[in-house]
Design a protein. Structure first.
Length: 49
């Protein structure tokens, strides 16, 4: 099952590693490098209602 995932992480090597491996498994991955950027995004699409 494919999932839309959202990562908030300030260390880009960790983001790169997570994003690569999750996308390799077929997931859609978005990320923010800090909390302020994460708050500005529409995160509702990452939750099932």
């Amino acid at each position: 099952m494919r999932a839309n995932l959202f990562i908030v992480e300030d260390e880009m090597p960790i983001v790169t590693l997570l994003k690569y491996n999750l996308e390799k498994e077929g997931h859609k991955v978005d990320y923010a490098v800090n909390g302020e950027d994460a708050i500005r995004l529409d995160v509702a699409r990452y939750f099932r209602c």
